[in-house]
Design a protein around this ligand. Structure first.
Ligand SMILES: [Zn+2]
Ligand SMILES: [Zn+2]
Length: 154
């Protein structure tokens, strides 16, 4: 895994949405576990502790996956280019280098991204070769957390 040199969002929109993401997640955690949960279970009872532990574990998972997505360098920068060039490789006129198949140039990051999926505004970086698994896990974690917290209301 390559680490990004500059993991901060590149433009104003990405900065605003990333700030929103990192503000809302702790607020959601606080609201669910310290406001909603005590209304359903007696504080520090076994059921309360169970939900509290799962909620904290999910917070850790969500935050660690978000940070992993942001720290992971998915660009072609610093990668070793083979001596023999395959015919399906292309030349990127912006990066002024050859790029492998399935890589696309991101206009916000201003570099070619390996196996580019999309540019994620919530993390301010591109989803590609190395951070795709973290991105796939992330919505699933949100789903599990929402399920854990709303199941009792159904
Ligand atoms: Zn490029
Ligand atoms: Zn990008």
């Amino acid at each position: 895994m390559f680490l990004r040199q500059n993991f901060l969002p590149k433009n104003l929109r990405d900065t605003a949405v990333t700030t929103f993401t990192f503000t809302v997640i702790p607020l959601m955690y606080y609201f669910e576990l310290f406001v909603v949960l005590p209304r359903y279970y007696e504080q520090w009872s076994p059921a309360y502790n169970f939900h509290f532990t799962i909620g904290t574990f999910m917070l850790f998972n969500i935050c660690s996956n978000l940070v992993a997505i942001m720290l992971c360098d998915t660009s072609i920068k610093g990668r070793v280019i083979p001596a023999e060039i395959n015919p399906d490789w292309r030349y990127c006129t912006v990066c002024e280098t050859i790029a492998p198949p399935r890589s696309w140039h991101c206009e916000i990051c201003n570099i070619c991204i390996l196996k580019k999926d999309h540019h994620c505004i919530f993390t301010g970086c591109c989803i590609g070769h190395d951070n795709h698994r973290c991105f796939v896990i992330l919505p699933h974690r949100f789903d599990v957390e929402r399920d854990c917290n709303t199941r009792k209301e159904r």
